[in-house]
Design a protein around this ligand. Structure first.
Ligand code: ATP
Ligand code: MG
Length: 571
């Protein structure tokens, strides 16, 4: 299976609105006809599936138009950023199948250049040092329906501003006592243009720059300039930055950048049954609501990797949902579907029993073992076959037997014949119960003439069930996941209700004593399988040869289960 991304150059038909813009800019030879994008995460958390959308878009467009895409850490906030997150981001982008080659950048590496740009603005009379406190600045800013007021420090002479700004950098003033602000328009209808902050004083060591700086530039100032320094052509970001675009353009124009990049906004991905905000994901981790960033229930890429989602499925999902200008919420089922489709193509089939029920085949010799041929992947002939041992004592799935079968239940029941997958026809003769009346064993017979699963006399059975040989099976734990949040829209809450109250208490079920076929004994962490009739599973990193652990990646599209649910027959 190929885990890297590659897509043929597409024709212009069916392009999303961003690709249309890029194609038109290329046709008009704007910015020299170049295409250069960037993915700019802030290293303050792990990447989630929403970031995957932005990664696929930025790297995808660059790939399609023979352009380049940079990876840039947008790391100007010393409070929350960390090298752990940088490493995790790199791992996740690579895992998704994208390559920034040598173009790894850090906004914090631009601190000196950014400072010089700020000085240039001051020199042009386009920025000033303000002595108002944070509270005062907010009050002076006004409201959306009411113009702001000029700060009393707004008309400071250039020389005084230069001196004060240099002393801000030198650490002469306490945190929060002064800011550098752009001099734009306190009456602008767009609040972002009311003399936005460029630099704040903050004595906090930076994870890469250490104590080199006590002033830090804002995102709105850093981002356009970083784009310009890297000669980005199209700066793709999410819709909440639409109102910041005039400011983005203002900085680039004020600083006389030639051929400035163009910011284009697209709708962020929202998914049902989960949250996609790094702040909330961090709270779930720190509050112990999940086992960590890589908990398989998390919408993070590291969680999805652990859960067994193939990167190709995530790329395919991002392709399918497309790029639009209006916010919407995508059904989690759509992601499941992409995962299932990819795994159906690529995952080897094996037999595993999650809740074992013992079967003894009375007419099968005690000391005999047969090696039966099983197909590894019916979707992929090249995957070949393997041998599965068969013997007198087997385990089947407890819910494949009903003592009192409802209508349309075609699996095992007293007196009924079914097919054992890749093996023989089996008939249930007797039921053994414990003192409480629970079924603990089935006494059965098999038909030796039906090896391979077909009767020479042409008789048919309605059900086929999977099994493992008791003597050969390997014990394993299965972790079965459900949605992290019960509600479809966990952030749609009445006043005062915390989103954490919506966590699904049943999102993790550990099934301890599963039995899997012996070919899985040495399965490596990360390997993905289809447990026939049960679902797709992936070997967890916690797994050891003596104690296998599987994560359920996603269920099968099991038409029987659907019918069963409708009929109330149980699954
Ligand atoms: P969060 O709101 O989760 O903290 P963020 O936007 O602050 O996310 P960044 O690290 O700044 O996180 O994001 C890097 C890039 O990924 C940005 O270009 C951002 O627009 C994009 N991005 C973040 N979340 C989504 C999403 N849900 N859908 C699409 N793109 C996203
Ligand atoms: Mg951000």
């Amino acid at each position: 299976m190929s885990e890297t991304a590659s897509k043929p150059e597409t024709a212009t038909a069916g392009l999303d609105f961003i690709r249309e813009i890029v194609a038109a800019d290329r046709a008009a030879a704007r910015r020299g006809g170049r295409v250069h994008t960037r993915f700019p995460p802030e290293p303050n958390g792990y990447l989630h599936i929403g970031h995957a959308k932005a990664i696929c878009l930025n790297f995808g467009i660059a790939g399609e138009y023979k352009g380049l895409c940079n990876l840039r850490m947008d790391d100007t906030n010393p409070e929350t950023e960390d090298i752990e997150f940088v490493r995790a981001i790199e791992t996740d982008v690579r895992w998704l199948g994208f390559d920034w080659e040598t173009r790894s950048y850090y906004a914090s590496d631009y601190f000196e250049r950014l400072y010089e740009c700020a000085v240039a603005l001051v020199r042009k009379g386009l920025a000033y040092v303000d002595d108002l406190t944070g509270d005062e600045v907010s009050r002076y800013r006004g409201r959306w329906d009411e113009p702001g007021r000029d700060s009393p420090y707004r008309e400071r002479p250039v020389e005084e501003n230069l001196d004060l700004f240099a002393r801000m950098r030198a650490g002469e003033f306490p945190d929060g006592s002064r800011t550098l602000r752009a001099k734009i328009d306190m009456a602008a209808s767009n609040m972002n243009m009311r003399d936005p902050t460029i630099y704040r004083i903050r004595r906090r060591p930076h994870y890469r720059q250490g104590d080199a700086w006590v002033i830090y530039p804002t995102y709105d100032f850093t981002h356009p300039l970083s784009d310009a320094f890297e000669r980005i052509t199209h700066s793709l970001c999410t819709l909440e930055f639409e109102d910041h675009r005039p400011l983005y353009d203002w900085y680039l124009q004020a600083l006389d950048f030639e051929d400035p990049p163009r910011q284009i906004e697209f709708a962020r991905l929202n998914l049902t049954h989960t949250v996609l905000s790094k702040r909330k994901l961090l709270e779930l981790v720190e509050g112990g609501h999940v086992a960590g960033w890589d908990d398989p229930r998390m919408p993070t890429l590291t969680g999805m990797r652990r859960r067994g989602y193939p990167p190709a499925a995530i790329r395919d999902f991002c392709d399918r949902i497309g790029i639009a200008k209006a916010n919407s919420v995508v059904q989690m089922a759509q992601l499941d579907d992409a995962v299932r489709q990819e795994l159906n193509r690529t995952a080897p089939r094996v037999m595993a029993v999650l809740r074992p029920l013992k079967v003894v085949i009375e007419n099968y010799p005690e000391d005999r073992t047969e090696e039966l041929d099983a197909v590894n992947n019916p979707e992929d002939e090249s995957a070949g076959t393997r041998k599965v041992p068969f013997s007198r004592e087997l385990y089947i799935e407890r819910n494949d037997f009903r003592e009192d079968p409802p209508r349309k239940f075609f699996r095992l029941a007293p007196g009924r014949e079914v097919r054992l997958r890749y093996a023989y026809f089996l008939t249930c003769r007797d039921v053994v119960k414990d003192g409480d009346g629970n079924v603990v064993e089935l006494r059965c017979t098999y038909d030796p003439e039906t090896r391979g699963g077909y009767a020479p006399d042409g008789r048919k059975v309605r059900g086929t069930i999977h099994w493992v040989s008791a003597r050969h099976a390997v014990r394993a734990e299965a972790r079965v996941y459900d949605h992290l949040f019960t509600a479809e829209y966990p952030e749609d809450l009445p006043e005062g209700v915390d989103y954490r109250e919506g966590l699904n208490a049943g999102s993790l079920e550990r099934i301890a004593d599963c039995l899997v076929e012996p070919s899985l004994a040495g399965a490596a962490a990360g390997a993905r399988y289809q447990f026939e009739r049960v679902g797709y599973f992936c070997v967890d990193p916690d797994s050891t040869p003596g104690a296998l652990v599987f994560n359920r990646t996603v269920g099968l599209r099991d038409t029987w289960a659907k019918i069963a649910r409708k009929q109330g027959a149980g699954g």
